[in-house]
Design a protein around this ligand. Structure first.
Ligand SMILES: [Zn+2]
Length: 520
C-alpha cells in the first residue's frame, strides 16, 4: 500500500512538473484614461506619472502583483482570474487612472511603446490581457484605446488572443471589437464590479488559449447619448438592461454580455452607450442578443428627459424650502471629474437673490491669501473665483469679514467615496459674507487648492455646522452624496455650465455621430 503510494507519487511528480511548465503565459498591462476632451488641460506623460490622490500613476513589472493583488480593481481581477484558471502571469505596465484633458501623442506613444517592449520581454506569450478605460482620446487618435490594441496587434500578429476589460464609461466601438478577441466592460455604476470584470476577462482568455472556446463578438450601438444623470445601474431605466445582460450570461453559449453607459465628455464618433456580446463561436447569437439589448437601451429614451434647474432656479427652490439643509450639486464644477473648483454660478445667484444661511467652498489662492493678510475679524472685499478658465463663471465680488483661519487639516473616520482619512486643504480661510443673520450666517470657505467635497468634516473642522445651515453647495454630481445626503432634506442636481456639465447643451460637439439622441 505504502509502496504503491510512493510509486504513484514518483510517477505523478514529473507529470506535475510538466503540467507546471506547460502553464500558459499571459501578459497583463493597461493604459487607463478617462478623457474629457472639453478640458483644455492636456494629459502629459508627467500627468500619468503623477497619478491621482497620492496613488502611484504608473506601476511596472512585478510591482503590479504586489500593488494590486489585495485590491478590488480590474488588475486585481486579472491576477485573481489568472490564478483560478491556471495561467502564469507576466506583468508589464499599468498606467493611470486619470481624469483630465486629451492625452498628448507623446504620452500615448511612449506608454504604448513601453507596453510593447515589455510584452516582447516575455519568454513566451500565449495571450494578452489589457485594461483600457475605453474612453481615452489622444491628440491624433480619437479612439486611443483602439490605437493601443492596433499597435499591439501590429507587433504580435492576428493570432494571439487579446482580451480587453474596460470601464462602464467606455465608449466602445466597432473598431476595438474587430481588433480584440473579446471585450468585457463593467456592468455596474457606481463601479462595484471592476474586479469581477477583470476576472471574467482572464477566464475567457484562459479558455480561449486552452481551445475550449472560440470567442466571437458583436456590438450594438444605439444612436444616443445616455446622460450620466441616468446611468445609475441600480435604478430604472438602466437597471432592467443591466439585469438582462446578467441573465444572458447564464446561457452557456454566452461568454460575456456587457452593457456600458458611455462617456459624454469625449467628443468622438464612438461616444455613447454600447452592448457587446461575446459567444462561443455563435456569431448569429452574438449579433441577435447585442441588437436586442441595444434596442432595449434605445427604447428607454422617452425616460431620459433631462430637466434640471439652472443656478437661479435651484437657489429659488432652496430658499423656498420650508426646512434645510438643501444641498445643491454644482454638476458643472465636479472637482472629482477634473474641474477647477472655482465656479461662481451658484455663488453669484446666492448673492443676487440675497439668500441666507448658505455655505460655498471656492478654490482661490489669491482670495485666500488676502483673507490671511486681513487677519481674523479683518475686513474682506475681493473678487472671488472664476479665475482658472473661462468656463466656470466670472469672478464675483464678495464683502464680509474673516471669521476663521486654520491650517486646513481634518480627519474623516467614516467610509466615504474614495475612503480617504487624513485630509490637508492647506491653510484655509472662512469668510462671513454680508447679508448674514445671527442664526443663518452666509459662509464662504476659501481654499488654496481644489478639495473634493467628500467629507462633511471639511466644513465641521472649520467651525461650520452644516446641519444648521439652510443651503449647502457641493461641487460634484454623485460622489458627494455619501457625505451630504444623510443630513440634507433634499439634494438638487443643478444644471450649471462647466467642463463637467451634465447638460450637453453647454458644449459644442463636433465629432460625435450626427443626429445622436440626447445631444441634438
Ligand atoms: Zn467610470
Amino acid at each position: 500500500m505504502a509502496l504503491t503510494r510512493i510509486l504513484a507519487a514518483l510517477l505523478a511528480l514529473p507529470l506535475c512538473l510538466a503540467a507546471q511548465a506547460a502553464r500558459p503565459v499571459v501578459a497583463i498591462g493597461g493604459i487607463v484614461h478617462e478623457t474629457n476632451t472639453f478640458n483644455p488641460k492636456k494629459t502629459t506623460l508627467a500627468g500619468f506619472e503623477e497619478g491621482i490622490r497620492g496613488a502611484e500613476g504608473i506601476v511596472r513589472g512585478q510591482k503590479i502583483i504586489e500593488e494590486f493583488s489585495d485590491a478590488n480593481s480590474t488588475t486585481s481581477g486579472f491576477i485573481k482570474g489568472a490564478k483560478e484558471n491556471g495561467l502564469e502571469l507576466f506583468p508589464t505596465i499599468i498606467a493611470g487612472p486619470q481624469t483630465i484633458g486629451t492625452v498628448t501623442d507623446e504620452a500615448l506613444d511612449t506608454l504604448t511603446q513601453e507596453l510593447i517592449e515589455r510584452l516582447h520581454a516575455a519568454p513566451k506569450l500565449d495571450g494578452i490581457l489589457l485594461f483600457l478605460h475605453g474612453t481615452m482620446v489622444a491628440e491624433s487618435y480619437p479612439h486611443a484605446d483602439a490605437e493601443v490594441v492596433r499597435r499591439v496587434r501590429a507587433a504580435f500578429g492576428n493570432d494571439i488572443p487579446i482580451v480587453v476589460t474596460s470601464d462602464f464609461h467606455a465608449n466602445v466601438s466597432e473598431e476595438i471589437v474587430k481588433l480584440t478577441t473579446a471585450v468585457v466592460t463593467y456592468k455596474e455604476n457606481p463601479h462595484l464590479d471592476a474586479m469581477q470584470a477583470g476576472e471574467l476577462g482572464a477566464k475567457i482568455l484562459a479558455q480561449t488559449i486552452a481551445g475550449k472556446v472560440k470567442p466571437v463578438q458583436a456590438i450594438a450601438k444605439p444612436p444616443m447619448n445616455y446622460n450620466l444623470i441616468f446611468q445609475n445601474t441600480d435604478e430604472e431605466p438602466f437597471r432592467t438592461v443591466t439585469e438582462e445582460s446578467r441573465k444572458l450570461e447564464k446561457n452557456p453559449k454566452v461568454l460575456a454580455a456587457s452593457v456600458s453607459g458611455g462617456y459624454q465628455w469625449a467628443d468622438i464618433p464612438a461616444m455613447g452607450p454600447s452592448v457587446v456580446v461575446v459567444t462561443d463561436n455563435d456569431p448569429e447569437l452574438a449579433q441577435r442578443e447585442a441588437k436586442r439589448l441595444g434596442d432595449m437601451l434605445w427604447a428607454t429614451r422617452d425616460r431620459l428627459n433631462l430637466d434640471l434647474p439652472d443656478a437661479a432656479e435651484a437657489v429659488r427652490l432652496a430658499m423656498a424650502a420650508p426646512e434645510g439643509p438643501i444641498t445643491l450639486m454644482d454638476t458643472g464644477d465636479n472637482i472629482g471629474g477634473g474641474s477647477s473648483g472655482d465656479s461662481t454660478f451658484i455663488l453669484d445667484e446666492l448673492l443676487k437673490q440675497k439668500a441666507t444661511g448658505w455655505v460655498v467652498v471656492i478654490s482661490d489662492a489669491e482670495a485666500n491669501q488676502a483673507a490671511f493678510q486681513a487677519g481674523i475679524d479683518g475686513k474682506f472685499d475681493m473678487l472671488v473665483g472664476g479665475k482658472t478658465d473661462d468656463m466656470h463663471g466670472n469672478p464675483v465680488r464678495v464683502r464680509g469679514r474673516v471669521k476663521l483661519l486654520s491650517d486646513g487639516r481634518f480627519i474623516e473616520t467614516e467610509a466615504r467615496h474614495g475612503g480617504g482619512r487624513y485630509w490637508d486643504m492647506l491653510p484655509t480661510a472662512l469668510i462671513e459674507v454680508e447679508g448674514s443673520t445671527r442664526d443663518l450666517p452666509n459662509l464662504l470657505m476659501l481654499t488654496r487648492k481644489r478639495v473634493i467635497p467628500f467629507s462633511l468634516h471639511q466644513l465641521i473642522s472649520q467651525g461650520v455646522s452644516p446641519e444648521r445651515q439652510k443651503i449647502l453647495v457641493a461641487k460634484g454630481t454623485i460622489a458627494p452624496r455619501a457625505a451630504y445626503g444623510p443630513i440634507s432634506k433634499q439634494v438638487i442636481a443643478v444644471d450649471t455650465p462647466g467642463i463637467t456639465a451634465v447638460n450637453p447643451k453647454h458644449f459644442q460637439y463636433k465629432h460625435v455621430r450626427p443626429g445622436l439622441f440626447g445631444i441634438e
